[in-house]
Design a protein around this ligand. Structure first.
Ligand SMILES: Nc1ncnc2c1ncn2[C@@H]1O[C@H](COP(=O)(O)OP(=O)(O)O)[C@@H](O)[C@H]1O
Ligand SMILES: O=C(O)[C@@H](O)C(=O)COP(=O)(O)O
Length: 426
């Protein structure tokens, strides 16, 4: 196997979002959980996305995981390594986008890395270095209330500089509109100024195609699935990947009981849970009790689901409004609350799978990470797209017959997301 592109994703929903964009662009893509065991049989592919749960861990741990993956990906032939971060740049001033980008760039011996989290299809654009979520600057968007990484500054040059050892510059829209040569010249000028990272503006996919062409002349870059799309299109245009390839599988029937779990507290997910209440039984967990008495609260959820699974899908949600999240965090601490709730959701998932669930929808990046780790699924191949950034995933390398999952980024999907997903997971 010789890879055209190796990717390291900082969370699991982000990984499936990127894998979806690469597959749609024609790259035969597999998503693995971490670096796969040597024994895992992989089909002939153009791109691998190694998924990690390193968005909100200490920076040194994120760097170590990313460097281990980089070594493995280069060993598989990857000439370019993309570090996949969130399109809303979820991170804190302690990391991890800056430290990991610095480390990958140093390892690759590159003077500068493009950093671009735009994803126009999902409403994430960047202008003069400022990230917009739809019509709102990042700091006015619902991301200001994220439970783990509240984003309070829309200026990505500033945000990245606070968490990097490298100086950070800007490649503005005018330069990008002037084409790949102009971008390359701007990067060279930034290197002369002592910068090691460049936030790149992006308004539309054409900007990403230009950035993708330039990124391919470097060994490393950092971005969301929009930059992945730009790189994938550049690979196809250059003939390094056959455009005839089809990246995704069609609809496959798995059958059996289906369940949904939501740990995301994003505005989008809260709306999707409310909508799901119209079509399936929904249990709202007591988040505080998940922290203080996790076994009892998760047993309650397991019993609730077990009684109803025979009649149709069910949804179990820990999700709360910003005020509810703030109350739980004030009582137990942000990280302790997050970890305990994630562990509870993972325990519920494990119990439901033991009761025959082979179709599972999970909302929330950290939540999905906890669930997939507990289920010990080593890899996924891509199925149809449910919503921009959210594909159906077919588990690879597990016992017990076929299983499909959807791992939804908190912010993605229409209000009818849970029904939309289950329709494509028959
Ligand atoms: N009611 C709640 N109160 C506090 N934290 C919560 C609650 N429900 C879930 N969480 C935590 O909030 C975090 C949500 O993150 P994540 O799953 O990545 O969602 P998103 O995709 O929206 O970022 C997780 O750590 C989760 O355990
Ligand atoms: O790039 C994105 O927005 C997503 O792929 C992503 O990373 C989402 O993260 P969560 O919202 O934490 O699921």
């Amino acid at each position: 196997m010789t890879l055209a592109l190796g990717c390291i994703a900082d969370d699991y929903t982000g990984a499936s979002d990127l894998a979806n964009s690469l597959a749609k662009a024609g790259l035969r893509t597999v998503q693995t959980i971490g670096v796969p065991d040597a024994g895992l049989a992989l089909p002939e592919i153009d791109a691998i996305v190694c998924a990690f749960k390193i968005r909100s861990v200490p920076a040194a741990d994120a760097v170590a995981a990313a460097l281990q993956a980089e070594t493995w990906l280069r060993g598989q032939g990857a000439g370019h390594v993309l570090y996949k971060v969130c399109s809303t740049f979820d991170s804190t001033d302690d990391g991890n986008i800056g430290p990991v980008t610095d480390a990958l760039r140093a390892r690759a011996g590159e003077p500068i890395a493009i950093v671009n989290s735009a994803f126009p299809e999902a409403g994430r654009t960047i202008y003069q270095g400022h990230l917009f979520v739809g019509a709102l600057p990042l700091n006015e968007s619902p991301l200001k209330d994220h439970p783990l990484n509240p984003m309070t500054d829309a200026n990505l040059v500033r945000v990245l500089a606070r968490q990097s050892r490298s100086g950070v510059g800007l490649v503005d829209r005018k330069t990008i509109a002037a084409g790949a040569a102009a971008v390359a010249a701007r990067l060279a000028a930034l290197v002369q100024e002592g910068k090691g990272a460049a936030i790149a503006d992006t308004i539309e996919d054409a900007d990403l195609e230009t950035l993708g062409r330039v990124a391919m002349t470097h060994r490393v870059s950092t971005g969301a699935s929009g930059l992945g799309l730009g790189i994938a299109r550049a690979l196809v245009a250059s003939g390094r990947v056959s455009a005839a390839a089809t990246g995704t599988a069609g609809l496959e029937v798995v059958g059996g009981p289906a369940a949904c779990l939501a740990g995301s507290c994003s505005q989008a997910t809260l709306g999707q849970i409310a909508e799901a209440e119209r079509i399936m039984p929904v249990l709202r967990l007591d988040a505080g009790r998940l922290v203080t008495d996790g076994i009892a609260e998760t047993d309650r959820a397991i019993a609730f689901a077990a009684e109803r699974l025979g009649a149709g899908p069910v949804l179990v949600a820990s999700s709360g409004t910003p005020a509810e999240v703030a109350a739980v965090q004030a009582k137990f601490g942000r990280d302790a609350a997050g970890h305990a709730i994630e562990a509870g959701m993972a325990r519920i998932a494990e119990a439901l799978v033991a009761r025959g669930v082979r179709r599972l929808v999970v909302a929330g990046g950290e939540t999905s990470g906890a669930v997939v780790e507990r289920l010990a699924i080593p890899a996924f191949r891509l199925g149809p797209e449910i919503a921009p950034g959210v594909p159906v995933l077919h588990a690879l390398g597990i016992a017990g017959g076929p299983m499909v999952l959807a791992l939804k980024s908190g912010n993605f999907g229409a209000p009818t997301f849970f029904a939309d997903a289950l329709k494509l997971m028959p």
